[in-house]
Design a protein around this ligand. Structure first.
Ligand code: ADP
Length: 482
């Protein structure tokens, strides 16, 4: 079975969030399941030079976008047993960062067309094209247009929603001018969305199967609160919609071997974790004291992540005598808030308003608690990293957070973290209070049991990759029912 993934970002070539982690890991694990796998990504100027130097140009051609004829280079690189293809056009992708530009619609329309059109020349004939998020949503639509060509006839598509909130909606003037897609597709069951063009709807309405990244989110998005105005489409397609939990790349995220840590440790040597805490306290200029509970957030600073709840009760959280460490970038109002909090409480708050992978690893290893009170969360990888590094997660019960974190139950002894249900700042505060109490009562052994259990949780990619492989079989009509 040949599966081709197309996405806008992938570790270690480009990353803005969890999507990149998935694209960096899932193909590797699919290959271990015996799936022949390749990945298409845009070639950004931010892609590290060391990888660019290893790439080989395999094909050059012109991509037609309306009246434009755009240069396209396809470069190839083997990385960790997976073949990556990079779509190169400097006018579209030679910019700092990945997306968020005025012409994103045109850039990713180009990417979608380039991926499809280069396949015969590059010698790839996939059974399945697996598209990820809105950037690749036009691939299933363009494929439908190519149905009369034998090469494309039997290709099946799977579309994965990593975040329904970002939909790629653009002016309908794109239809003829850029997309070259006939107006017969411009209707609500096609790619029309409130008189505009929606890339996300392309993926949702034209792919053979839709997945999202946790079973709970797959249910939630059929509901208006989480459906981002697409709940109707998703309800209509619920027969071809399923949720497969993301895994974590345990080769990259392993406190036992992590090169960024001051001291490596495992669930058998959790005491060594405290050296990392000490080191981080020193690095961040916080009082060096292992008995002060350290709460961390590593996140995009956007409303989705529940930052409003934190803003609302920050003073009360600090009155619990904790240290609060934030690593994140995002909306200016949140960045300013955390800068201000750090200035006001220099002994308690450290705010690093930046994207820094090394520091992220060190914070997961140092923190006692990891706060993730999301308004919605398709899967969430950060809580999996926190679990792996023995920082107990405090989460709101939504999406993938609900599927991976079980709140500690004092009666049954079950649990691997702490959680609350309502999107309410005081419910979050009480949950933090509860967690901090268990931290201070470490002598009773509960804390250590929870940390060890968290570290031993298995959210590896092996299991999820098996589920995807079974899904491809099912979609291709070969395998047993899922
Ligand atoms: P999302 O994809 O919605 O941003 P996830 O929890 O799925 O959220 O994934 C976020 C990923 O990005 C995690 O790997 C997290 O550690 C990382 N991350 C987020 N912000 C930063 C930052 N400022 N510096 C380093 N890593 C970050």
């Amino acid at each position: 079975m040949k599966v081709l993934h197309a996405a806008a970002e992938g570790v270690p070539f480009a990353k803005t969030g969890g999507l990149a982690d998935v694209i960096g890991a899932l193909p590797k694990y699919l290959a271990k399941e015996g799936v022949e796998v390749a990945v298409f990504l845009p070639l950004y100027s931010d892609t590290p030079e060391m990888y660019k130097q290893q790439m080989e140009l395999v094909y050059r051609f012109s991509v037609h976008l309306g009246w434009r004829n755009q240069y396209c280079g396809i470069l190839k690189l083997e990385h960790q047993g997976v073949t990556f293809y990079f779509v190169d056009n400097e006018s579209y992708f030679k910019r700092p960062g990945t997306y968020g530009f005025f012409d994103d619609g045109e850039r990713y329309a180009f990417f979608c067309r380039a991926v499809l059109e280069c396949l015969p020349a590059v010698g790839l004939k996939p059974d399945v094209i697996h598209c990820h998020d809105w950037h690749t949503g036009m691939i299933p639509v363009m494929l439908k247009q190519s149905r009369n060509q034998p090469f494309y006839d039997w290709i099946t598509t799977v579309f994965t929603i990593h975040n329904l909130q970002y939909q790629g909606v653009f002016s309908k003037s794109m239809m003829g001018d850029i997309l070259d897609i006939g107006w017969e597709h411009f209707h609500p069951d096609g790619i029309e969305f409130h008189d505009q063009v929606s890339f996300m709807k392309g993926g949702l309405n034209y792919s053979d199967w839709i997945t999202t990244v946790s079973p709970t989110y797959a249910q939630e998005i059929q509901d208006p609160f989480y459906g981002a105005n697409l709940e109707g489409v998703l309800r209509r397609r619920q027969g071809q919609l399923s949720g497969i939990l993301n895994g974590l790349d345990y080769e990259e995220w392993d406190p036992h071997t992590d090169p960024y840590l001051k001291e490596n440790y495992t669930f058998r040597s959790t005491k060594r974790k405290f050296r990392n805490k000490q080191h981080l306290q020193e690095r961040l200029g916080l009082p060096e004291d292992g008995d002060i509970p350290m709460i961390a957030m590593i996140t995009r600073l956007v409303p989705q992540k529940g930052i409003d709840l934190v803003v609302r009760v920050m003073e009360e959280i600090l009155q619990l005598g904790v240290q609060f460490v934030v690593l994140g970038t995002g909306e200016a109002r949140y960045e300013d808030f955390f800068r201000w909090a750090a200035e006001r409480h220099p002994q308690q708050v450290s705010a690093k308003i930046m994207f820094n992978n090394e520091l992220a690893h060190q914070i997961y290893a140092a923190a006692d608690l990891f706060l993730m009170p999301s308004l919605f969360e398709p899967c969430g990888l950060s809580q999996l990293m926190a679990l792996r590094y023995g920082a107990l997660p405090i989460v709101r019960e939504t999406g993938g957070l609900k599927d991976t974190v079980l709140s500690y139950n004092e009666v049954t002894g079950e649990g691997n973290g702490f959680s609350f249900a309502n999107y309410n700042a005081h419910d979050m505060l009480y949950t933090i209070e509860r967690a901090v109490r268990f931290f201070h009562d470490r002598a009773n052994g509960v804390w250590d049991t929870l940390v060890k259990r968290a570290m031993k949780c298995d959210f590896s990619w092996e299991k999820s990759a098996k589920e995807y492989a079974a899904l491809y079989e099912e979609v291709l009509g070969k395998g047993a029912a899922m």
